[in-house]
Design a protein. Structure first.
Length: 95
């Protein structure tokens, strides 16, 4: 399965595609200068348990880091992902 993550700013989300078909997304919105809230992560049930959501989070957070932004993970999955992957802890906005 070939996974691709794309930032789709007009929809305020990162989308993950499997073999060219969108199968999930990580929603975001700007809550302060340089700070994105991550309110929702969703993957099609047919792709659950296959690492798609983790791939989506990794690619999304890497892109956010490259842009010099911070995040407020609201979605429980996003919170848990960052907790399990402490290399992303520096992206969490303290404030």
């Amino acid at each position: 399965m070939d996974l691709t993550v794309t930032d789709v700013p007009e929809r305020s989300r990162y989308e993950v595609s499997a073999d060219g078909t969108v199968v999930g997304f990580c929603a975001y919105h700007l809550i302060d200068e340089g700070v994105y809230a991550l309110p929702h992560v969703e993957v099609d049930t047919a792709f659950e348990g296959r690492g798609v959501a983790s791939h989506l989070m990794r690619e999304s957070l890497d892109h956010i880091r490259e842009r010099g932004l911070k995040v407020v993970p609201i979605c429980p999955f996003a919170q848990a992902y960052i907790k399990r992957n402490p290399s992303y802890a520096d992206l969490v906005h303290e404030g």
